[in-house]
Design a protein around this ligand. Sequence first.
Ligand code: G3P
Ligand code: CA
Length: 234
Amino acid sequence: MTKNFAHRGFCTRYPENTLLSFQKAQETKCDGIEMDVHLARDGEVVIIHDETVDRTTNGKGFIKDMDYAEIRKLDAGSGEHIPTLDEYFDLVERTPLVTNIEMKNSMFWYRGMEEKVIGMIHKRKLEDRIIFSSFNHFSMLKCKKLAPEIRAGFLSYSWFIDVGAYTKKHGMESIHPDYCSLTDETIAEIHNQGIKIYTYTVNKRKDMERLAGLGVDCLITNDPALLDDVLGRT
Ligand code: G3P
Ligand code: CA
């Protein structure tokens, strides 16, 4: 059965990657939440998509150049702030939700971010409910080495050949491709390798129907309520 993961929370209706967006996703029938993490200057793990706060808040600047105390004061929309990963875990810890933590470390490979995030997961014993992903495949290899028990997958945004074989060879459990690159043949090649497919960002009903019909394991969507409907969960 295809799973429903809320991308940056319920971000068609609420400000992306905020506690409000995550809370509202929880109120749907989604199976999980996808979000993005960066490291602030003082080492706090924060949830935001971009390297800077410019697009999603009333502030300006790179996350890596700001302490969390400064970041916390910014308005991320609807009076929400940029949350820490710890605050997020407080919210979802006692729910059955799975979390796809995307390490946003392609532009800046934040020193020690993998260790820090894995330490927080171990402390809360959430190993079974986390899936790591990143466009930085070296970072995923590092996560697998540090915590082989936590699922991890490669993100991709282009059309790759033998992507299932590549993903398996490097010890990942899943591949997270842009849905536009998923042909019937690609899906079959990935599944033949025993690799799961978590595809993003699927927001239109007809695309949801097609990909669910082809047995894609998980659709990551900005509209988890629409996907609930497509999957017949309402
Ligand atoms: O994890 C899937 C997707 O979120 C990757 O792209 O840019 O939305 O983080 P982006
Ligand atoms: Ca993401």
